[in-house]
Write a protein that binds this ligand. Structure first.
Ligand SMILES: [Zn+2]
Length: 180
């Protein structure tokens, strides 16, 4: 039986031929990206990220959930350890939250759709509502605020908010990088 993975693994075979491993260390771009899992908004492609450039956290909508905040707290801890505690002012990190237009989670703003989704999947309705991105400008601002307000946000880490437009491929900054 052929697997859907076959063409992808063939691609990987090509990739591995010229591959050079990146050692475990600080990400070169000094940015952590939080964005939607949508297959149209892969930041490696839209932002030109290469291996070793930036950790990317993705979930439905690119929402700043408690698990996402905990991942960032751990990444900061790991970064401190990998640098031997030598992180300077030049090595401050920025968390970039990127929401996008035409997000599939936008449908969850409709109570009827949300109820059906909850019944069909067993996922809590409130959780579905919390993930909805109807107006990405509004949700990205709210999520930047949530991250900045979290006591788990590591010190010396700034947060910015952006919207990716599916129609144009352009990323617009909605909230400039700021500290708590
Ligand atoms: Zn999305």
């Amino acid at each position: 039986m052929t697997s859907k993975m076959t063409p992808l693994l063939e691609h990987n075979e090509q990739f591995a031929r010229t591959y050079a491993p990146v050692p475990l260390g600080l990400p070169a771009a000094q940015v952590i990206v939080i964005t939607c899992l949508d297959h149209r908004v892969d930041p490696a492609i839209t932002l030109g990220l290469r291996l070793g450039d930036a950790p990317v956290l993705r979930n439905a909508g690119g929402r700043v959930t408690q698990p996402v905040i905990e991942e960032i707290a751990y990444l900061a801890f790991l970064g401190q350890r990998l640098s031997g505690g030598q992180l300077t002012d030049d090595s401050r990190f920025e968390v970039a939250v990127i929401h996008h237009t035409q997000c599939g989670t936008g449908l969850l703003a409709d109570p009827g759709f949300r109820r059906e989704a909850s019944e069909a999947t067993g996922v809590d309705e409130a959780a579905l509502e919390a993930s909805a991105v109807g107006d990405p400008h509004a949700t990205v601002s709210a999520d930047v605020g949530r991250l900045l307000a979290s006591p788990l946000l590591p010190p010396r880490m700034s947060v910015s908010g952006h919207v990716y437009d599916i129609e144009t491929g352009r990323v617009t900054t909605v909230v400039d990088a700021r500290y708590p």
